[in-house]
Write a protein that binds this ligand. Structure first.
Ligand code: ADP
Ligand code: MG
Length: 224
């Protein structure tokens, strides 16, 4: 899927409280691209990710997926689109505590009234090293294992693109590094576009294309 963002702008509040969280950000994402976006706290990283993935709508600007303007979709159409085409990974893992790893992983399919493909679930679990943890509850898993379950959940519906907002932010540097290596490998093997937000330069450097965002202004730092 080819994603093209043109001059995305997000302004929160008005009057004295007006904040330009994102200022005319443009970027194209080709199928299979691995992109990192780095910037200090409050620079607009999450705002950008929410706009690129259709979780929020911009104040101005355009976003197309394979030429289709996705903000022209209704909220309902947009959420169905996200469920089928986009995988999300969050800093806080966001696993449901009363469900097993396996149940958490297949949740996006259940929400879409689809049956899980057992073979694919096993393949993902094996790639992510959690195949012997599927019947465990989240609190029985380490942080790194919980995030690997969340990665499997992001991939189970076979989306084209994965968006991760500080996926290692709650992990120590060793398990964070392992999780990123796995995410990169799995993304590459399955041919997914991967957009990772981080404030860790070591993680940003793992990407093929690196962007910086400062005060809502996005720029590419990799040489073209
Ligand atoms: P980052 O993810 O880089 O830490 P954010 O995208 O969350 O930054 O926020 C960018 C700016 O927009 C910050 O100044 C933040 O306070 C502001 N902001 C974010 N969300 C809202 C909101 N819902 N209402 C008002 N201001 C917001
Ligand atoms: Mg953020």
């Amino acid at each position: 899927m080819h994603i093209e963002a043109k001059e995305l702008t997000k302004i929160y509040g008005g009057g004295e409280n007006r904040v330009t969280a994102l200022d005319r950000a443009s970027l194209t994402i080709a199928p299979g691209d691995f992109i990192s976006i780095m910037g200090p706290s409050g620079s607009g990283k999450s705002t950008l990710l929410h706009l690129l993935s259709g979780l929020d709508r911009p104040t101005a600007g355009q976003l197309t997926y394979d030429g289709r303007d996705i903000y022209s979709l209704s909220d309902r159409e947009l959420s169905a689109f996200r469920r089928r085409r986009i995988g999300f990974i969050f800093q806080q893992f966001r696993l449901l505590p009363v469900l097993t790893a396996r149940e958490n992983i297949i949740m996006p399919l259940l929400l879409d009234k689809k049956q899980p493909d057992e073979g694919y679930l096993q393949e993902l679990s094996r790639m992510l090293g959690i195949h012997d943890r599927l019947t465990h509850l989240p609190h029985e898993l380490s942080g790194g294992q919980q995030q690997r379950v969340a990665i499997a959940r992001a991939l189970i519906a076979r989306p084209d693109s994965i968006f991760a907002d500080e996926p290692t932010g709650n992990l120590d540097s060793r398990s964070g590094g392992e999780v990123m290596e796995l995410l990169k490998t799995v993304g590459r093997e399955l041919g997914k576009a991967l957009v990772v937000i981080t404030h860790d330069s070591r993680i940003a450097q793992m990407a093929d294309r690196q962007f910086m965002i400062v005060d809502g202004v996005l720029s590419e730092v990799t040489a073209k």
